[in-house]
Write a protein that binds this ligand. Structure first.
Ligand code: ADP
Ligand code: MG
Length: 273
């Protein structure tokens, strides 16, 4: 009998990630925005327990595209990363900093889990660059990788706290340089994320959705307007139930009951819906 450990050859990992990580390539945007959101939430958590000092400023995420340079950029002013953190969380595929933060601070607002999300960027990019300045450091760090297992990492000057991720979009993924395409993905995935997300200088999301507020503070009009926001062409709903459950699990939401327009024609032995 022989016992041993399966060996993984790193050169083979990238093509697998690129091809199979997600069947929908557009998911990369959700992954990078959730990392930026996590970075902002971490900073809020650290500030609330006095580990991050000073003014946080308005926490926000900016998405921009540059069709000429063929880049899509996501920047945040969250916790940022030190060189050691980039080496630990980015250079080690499948090492989740989110998981580590969760274990340490029990912060339920963190989205990340598996430590693979960042690499989804390579599904749509020839090259990915990171510029990051940690809230703990005076110096910033630059990282880049062209999709081979080799990377570059060195110190740079960057004035403001946070992380900027620049994707050099590949030939097959040009759709992600089109404003309408990017906007529609953002509207789908980021509508209710808790940190303000801007694209082309317009805020995409509602950081304070109705279901997070107290029913006693809300009017009928509030509920109807929120429904209109979700379904601009829908009719005013018949009624709604505001859910707020703590036990056996945490659940908040609003259940709307729409008006049904179609009339039910009941024939002898056939029901038409
Ligand atoms: P996960 O989010 O599941 O932990 P990812 O591959 O998406 O895995 O990211 C790996 C880690 O890299 C994160 O946990 C975080 O520590 C770090 N990271 C990624 N993006 C950012 C960012 N914008 N700001 C700060 N840290 C980041
Ligand atoms: Mg992630």
């Amino acid at each position: 009998m022989q016992k041993g450990q399966i060996r993984v050859q790193t050169e083979n990992i990238f093509p697998i990630i690129k091809k199979f990580l997600y069947s929908e390539h557009e998911i990369f945007l959700r992954e990078l925005i959730s990392n930026a959101t996590d970075a902002s939430q971490k900073l809020k958590t650290l500030a609330s327990i006095g580990e991050a000092k000073g003014e946080l400023g308005d926490l926000r995420i900016d998405v921009t595209i540059d069709a000429k340079e063929k880049t899509l950029t996501i920047s945040d002013n969250g916790v940022g990363m030190t060189a050691a953190e980039v080496d630990k969380y980015i250079n080690q595929v499948a090492f989740s900093g989110a998981e580590e933060f969760l274990d340490k601070y029990k912060d339920a607002n963190i989205i990340g889990h598996f430590g693979l999300g960042f690499y989804s960027a390579f599904m749509v990019s020839d090259k990915v660059e990171i510029y990051s300045k940690s809230y703990t450091e005076a110096n910033a760090v630059y990282w880049s990788c062209d999709g081979s297992p080799e990377f570059e990492l060195y110190e740079i000057d960057k004035a403001d706290r946070g992380t900027k991720i620049v994707l050099h979009i590949n030939e097959d993924s040009k759709e992600f340089l089109e404003a309408d395409r990017v906007r529609s993905i953002l509207e789908r995935f980021c509508r209710f994320l808790p940190v303000a997300i801007y694209f082309e200088d317009k805020q995409i999301n509602n950081t304070n959705p109705l279901w997070t507020r107290k029913p006693s503070e809300l009017t009928t009009e509030d509920y109807q307007n929120f429904y209109k926001e979700l379904y601009p062409y829908g009719e005013t709903p018949l009624f709604w139930i505001h859910l707020n459950v703590d036990y056996p699990f945490n659940l908040t939401g609003i259940l709307y009951f729409p008006k049904i327009k179609q009339s039910y024609e009941i024939q002898k032995d056939k029901i038409q819906l």
